[in-house]
Design a binder for this molecule. Sequence first.
Ligand SMILES: [Zn+2]
Length: 157
Amino acid sequence: MAGQDKTMEVRLIENGTVIDRIPPSALFKIINIMGLDRDTEHRMTIGTNLESAAMGTKAIIKISDRYPAMHEIDRIALFAPEARVNTIRNFTVVEKRRVEVPARIEGFVKCANPMCVTNHQPVETAFDVVSEAGEVVLRCRYCEKITRNFGAKPDTY
Ligand SMILES: [Zn+2]
């Protein structure tokens, strides 16, 4: 994609957020994290399998008048560690933020250990985010088991 096209896409929003550099495979997780599938209020444009010089292909989400909260950005980073969150005001990019994979994540993800207390008691899950052979995985603070290929716990977002 030419730089000029990219600028034009961003300019379509007066105020809001552009989340760029999303791996296409993570797009629907991010839609879920932000509740966009149930959002009937904010105007949004979602593109996927777009050409990206940096990534091969990418997805992009543009939302008017919606600014993700820090806990949403932390969750986005788990699935899209290269994502950029750009804040648009008056058709201008006023902030370009790289997401950062958080050190801890609470709630949202289900522990992979079927015996874990969080799967039997009304206890919110809590994980340390650790790197294992270059892959981001989660270590449960209750049972210490590693959860990988994590999806979202559907009842907590
Ligand atoms: Zn556990």
